[in-house]
Write a protein that binds this ligand. Structure first.
Ligand SMILES: C[S@@+](CC[C@H](N)C(=O)[O-])C[C@H]1O[C@@H](n2cnc3c(N)ncnc32)[C@H](O)[C@@H]1O
Length: 267
C-alpha cells in the first residue's frame, strides 16, 4: 500500500462516526442521487464500491429489496462497522472490509461508487476493474466531485493548520487524472472509453450552508480530517477556531459540493 493510500485509510478510519453526522448534509443527498441514476430494481444484485457508512449502499439495498443483494465494500474497518450498525434491518446488505479494486465476485446488475474512484492509485485501472464485475448489459454509475467543489474548505483548513503548527501551508496536490476529467464533457469522454455505452453525465448541484457546525463537520467527517491526524486535541481546537475565523473573514457562507454522476451500460 502506498503512503497516499495509508493516509486515505487513516483519515477515513478516524472519521467514521463524524462521517455519518455530515452525511445528512452531504453524503446522503449525493448517495440518493447516485442510486436514482443507477435505476436499481427489486431483486437486483449490486456492488457498491468505497461505500463509507452507506450513503448509497443503504438506499440501494432498500431499492433492491429483500430479494436483492448489495455487496458494500470499503477499505476502512470503522466505516464498515458503522455501516453494519446502520443497516442491521437490511439483511440484503452485506458489508465487507476489503479493497474494492481486488473484489473478484462478478455478474452484478449494477456496479456503483459514490465519491470513491478518484482514491484508487490508478483511477482508470480501478474503475475498469469495477466495470468488469458487472454483467454485460448491466449498469455502472460513478459519482465524482465537479472541479472546484469542496476546495474552499480545504484552502481555509490548510491555512489554519499551517498557522497553528507554524509550518508552511501544505503544497498543492500534484495534478492527476481526476483534475483533467472533472467537468461534464471531459468526464463523459473518459467514461466513454471504459467499456460503457450510452454514457450520460448529470450535474448534481449542491451547496452547503456553512454554519459553524456544518463547516467543522466538513473537516472532521471527510477525508480532510487527515490534516488533523498528528495534532494534539488542544491544537485541533485552535485549528477549528482559526478555520472558522478564516471562513468568516472571507465571507464564506456556502460551500460548492456539486457532483458529476456518470452512468453507462456495460458492454
Ligand atoms: C469520500 S468517501 C465516500 C463514501 C461513500 N461512498 C459516500 O458517498 O458516503 C470515500 C471512501 O472510499 C474508501 N476507499 C478508498 N479507496 C478504497 C478502495 N481501494 N477500496 C475500498 N474502499 C476505498 C474510503 O475508505 C472512504 O470510506
Amino acid at each position: 500500500m502506498s503512503s497516499r493510500e495509508v493516509g486515505t485509510r487513516r483519515a477515513f478510519d478516524a472519521a467514521a462516526a463524524d462521517f455519518t453526522a455530515l452525511g445528512r448534509h452531504l453524503w446522503e443527498p449525493i448517495g440518493a442521487a447516485t442510486v436514482a441514476a443507477a435505476g436499481i430494481g427489486e431483486g437486483d444484485r449490486v456492488l457498491d464500491a468505497c461505500c463509507g457508512t452507506g450513503a448509497s449502499a443503504i438506499p440501494a439495498a432498500r431499492a433492491a429489496g429483500a430479494g436483492g443483494v448489495v455487496d458494500a465494500i470499503d477499505l476502512s474497518g470503522p466505516m464498515i462497522g458503522e455501516l453494519r450498525r446502520r443497516s442491521a434491518d437490511l439483511p440484503q446488505l452485506r458489508a465487507h472490509e476489503a479493497d474494492a479494486t481486488a473484489w473478484d465476485t462478478g455478474g452484478y446488475d449494477v456496479v456503483q461508487s459514490a465519491l470513491g474512484i478518484f482514491f484508487f492509485p490508478d483511477m482508470t485501472d480501478g474503475t475498469e476493474r469495477l466495470i468488469s464485475r458487472a454483467r454485460s448489459g448491466g449498469r455502472a454509475v460513478f459519482t465524482i466531485w465537479r472541479g472546484g467543489s469542496m476546495v474552499a474548505a480545504g484552502r481555509h483548513l490548510g491555512r489554519a493548520v499551517a498557522a497553528v503548527t507554524e509550518s508552511a501551508p501544505p503544497p498543492e496536490r500534484e495534478p492527476s487524472l481526476i483534475d483533467r476529467v472533472n467537468q461534464a464533457d471531459t468526464y463523459t469522454a473518459w467514461l466513454s472509453g471504459r467499456n460503457l455505452s450510452d454514457v450520460d453525465v448529470v450535474v448534481n448541484e449542491l451547496r452547503l450552508t456553512m454554519t459553524p457546525e456544518v463547516a467543522w463537520l466538513v473537516v472532521i467527517g471527510s477525508g480532510f480530517r487527515g490534516l488533523l491526524a498528528d495534532l494534539e486535541p488542544g491544537a485541533v481546537e485552535q485549528v477549528r477556531e482559526r478555520y472558522l475565523d478564516s471562513l468568516r473573514a472571507e465571507g464564506v457562507t456556502e460551500l460548492d459540493a456539486t457532483t458529476l454522476i456518470g452512468s453507462g451500460t456495460v458492454r
